[in-house]
Write a protein that binds this ligand. Structure first.
Ligand SMILES: Cc1cc2nc3c(=O)[nH]c(=O)nc-3n(C[C@H](O)[C@H](O)[C@H](O)COP(=O)(O)OP(=O)(O)OC[C@H]3O[C@@H](n4cnc5c(N)ncnc54)[C@H](O)[C@@H]3O)c2cc1C
Length: 618
């Protein structure tokens, strides 16, 4: 089933947000969700609130955990939540990728169950959906779709996880050629304690990195003790031990030696979903925090009335809004490449994979931005709760511990930052994205005697100043990335700090633009649903009647540009020196020239709306 949502223009290259601006109607936003997607979101949220959250303590108790996880997954299966990505031909719902994100977001309020669901529906089941043979799919998918059978993904090992291709688990073909004998130990397998089917990676003959479908009942397979973890204690994490485990040859997934295609493509979609779940968590935490801030009285008034608390609530809302905008924009991009295809066409999986690959940079950004927003939001939620935030009696204490893993799994944030730049440069070198040539043009312009490098234009339209600033930010990325490539060439990978700075700039551009386009789309829709109330008219004039969405976008852009400028200056000071550095810094200043806006006032207004509605206000 394709998305029945607002159509979006297809054909944008992944990463092209760095060289061209988009029109608001060309991005998918959460406001574009259709009735079915909204209904599925409500069903998921209700399930988490009524059936998962009341059982948190039991889920953390290892004597009950495995049984309860299975029961809850089975219940999610009855509601259809574990079947969203499974083709209809194998008993699934085969819904669009946006719906898949809606479910991921809606589970976010409980991070343990998010990990359990993700381990099963995303990294556990999708390898089979995308790479399995018809026979393999028919054998396992119908039971995985209903969660009668539970899946897990075993890639990491004690000495190799970020560096997963360097794994030591070895598979050797048996003399009769019917089985592989697999030996080694996988670490950190989510759902390991009770999963029935493992997508497990091993090297055939110690060389060819390969994926296998390994059933729990396989002779020679055993599962180690549960890890004692800092957070997500309601989820199962175990080693998987293989001692001459006999895996039938027909359980090789994909091709021998092509396991990397499976491992990395699945992580791309896993990253986008993790970003979505993080934003779901942020929404729950904003709600908890505003409720607490309204009720808690200090010095004779609710703490929500204090400027320093309002500032936190405002910023928590801003980061949540931007993360949400990034997530759905990216899902919309992926979906735009899938629309028009027949749901059950044989090449459906291949097309989904191509679409995910196309937007792998955007998926990494969604992960990094989402989980870092969640870390910020959980931290401030604890702070707003004061001493109670440190008590295990309160939701925010657990949320704080639970949040921390997100920067580590599905590719650490460092690995994702490196990947963002690496993938962009590779696409550029392959001629798929004219980044290097655009950077070269810009450098030639700057260095020519008749240099006429324009500064950020304040366009005379709604959020025109901010639109101009994002244009300047794009040029700043090209300036810094271009200088880095010219200076270091093939030695660039040794300059990880510079890559990190460029990556942060890229993330800022996508984040600012995603928020801005969403606010403009909302403004253009003119339904006023988000713009009524006390903020109405605040942005009247050049910004028309744009309320809290435009205020959030303004904050995000002005503070985003401040951060981006710091990254740019830091990187340029490393790359250039003397006169060249002076010229580049002055060009950078022109690109990003701006007058300060009163973000304190803007954040107060955003917080006031959240407090009035007692929730994340979108
Ligand atoms: C609760 C939990 C659940 C998990 N679930 C699963 C699962 O279901 N399946 C699975 O396969 N794995 C799972 N993992 C493993 C997880 O994906 C890895 O822990 C993660 O990828 C990091 O790998 P590592 O622990 O080996 O750290 P390392 O790779 O040793 O990294 C340590 C630090 O070095 C940094 N680093 C590493 N390489 C570089 C580099 N090239 N440049 C710069 N910095 C670098 C990292 O960013 C990190 O900060 C889980 C882990 C946990 C804790």
């Amino acid at each position: 089933m394709g998305s029945a949502s607002t159509p979006i223009a297809a054909g944008f290259k992944g990463g092209s947000f760095l060289i061209a601006s988009r029109r608001p109607e060309e991005v998918f936003t959460p406001e574009d969700l259709n009735d079915q997607q909204r209904m599925i979101a409500r069903t998921t949220i209700e399930f988490i609130q009524k059936e998962v959250l009341p059982r948190v303590a039991d889920l953390e108790d290892h004597s009950q955990q495995h049984r309860l996880c299975r029961e809850l997954l089975r219940r999610a299966g009855e509601l259809g939540l574990t079947a969203v990505d499974v083709p209809a031909a194998y008993g699934g719902l085969e819904l669009d990728k946006i719906t898949s994100l809606v479910v991921a977001e809606a589970t976010g309020a409980d991070a343990s169950f998010t990990a359990t669901m993700g381990g099963h529906v995303t990294i556990g089941t999708l390898p089979l959906v995308y790479f399995g043979t018809e026979e393999q799919k028919a054998r396992y998918l119908p039971r995985l779709a209903t969660a009668e059978m539970i899946a897990a993904y075993s890639l990491s090992e004690a000495t190799s996880a970020s560096d997963a291709l360097n794994c030591h688990t070895k598979a050797t073909l048996s003399p009769e050629g019917t089985h592989y004998l697999v030996n080694g130990t996988k670490m950190w397998t989510t759902n390991g304690g009770f999963a029935d089917l493992f997508t497990l990676f091993a090297k055939v003959d110690g060389e060819k990195f390969t994926a296998f479908l390994v059933e729990r009942s396989t002779p020679g397979l055993s599962v180690g003790a549960e890890e004692k973890k800092m957070g997500i204690r309601g989820s199962s994490t175990t080693p998987v031990i293989l001692e001459d485990a006999r895996v039938p040859v027909e359980n090789v997934l994909g091709e021998v030696g092509k396991g990397h295609l499976i491992a990395f493509n699945i992580l791309n979609i896993g990253r986008l979903k993790l970003g979505a779940s993080a934003i779901g968590a942020c929404k729950a935490l904003v709600r908890e925090s505003v409720r607490w801030a309204k009720e808690r009285v200090a010095f004779g008034k609710p703490i929500a009335d204090f400027g320093l608390i309002r500032e936190k609530l405002g910023e928590m809302t801003v980061r949540t809004y931007i993360g949400e905008s990034i997530t759905y924009r990216t899902a919309g991009l992926i979906e735009s490449l899938l629309e028009g295809g027949k749901a059950n066409s044989v090449d459906a999986s291949a097309r989904i994979l191509r679409a995910i690959q196309e937007y792998a940079v955007e998926c990494s950004i969604a992960k990094v931005f989402g989980v870092e927003a969640m870390d910020y939001v959980t931290d401030q939620a604890v702070q707003i709760h004061g001493g109670y935030g440190y008590s295990a009696e309160y939701y925010v204490e657990r949320a704080y511990r639970d949040s921390r893993i997100n920067r580590i799994f599905e590719g650490t944030d460092e690995i994702n930052r490196l990947l963002i730049v690496d993938m962009l440069l590779k696409r550029s070198l392959k001629g798929e994205l004219p980044l290097i040539s655009e950077a070269q043009k810009l450098m030639d312009d700057i260095l020519s005697p008749q240099a006429s490098v324009s500064e950020a234009k304040a366009e005379d339209s709604a959020l025109g100043t901010e639109t101009g600033l994002i244009e300047g930010a794009r040029k700043a990325v090209l300036l810094v990335a271009g200088s880095a490539v010219r200076k270091y060439g093939k030695g660039l990978p040794e300059e990880q700090e510079v890559i990190g700075a460029v990556s942060n700039m890229v993330i800022e551009v996508y984040a600012m633009e995603s928020g801005l386009l969403r606010a403009l789309k909302d403004l253009g829709r003119g339904d006023g649903s988000l713009n009524s109330g006390p903020n109405r008219g605040r942005n009247s004039g050049r910004n028309g009647e744009c309320g809290v969405a435009c205020e959030v976008a303004q904050i995000a852009v002005h503070e985003g540009i401040d951060r981006l400028e710091i990254e740019a200056r830091r990187a340029l000071a490393r790359i250039e020196e003397g006169d060249t550095l002076r010229v580049q810094l002055s060009v950078l200043r022109r690109f990003l020239k701006r007058s300060p806006v009163d973000v304190i006032e803007l954040k107060r207004r955003v917080a006031e709306r959240a407090v009035r509605l007692e929730r994340y206000p979108f």
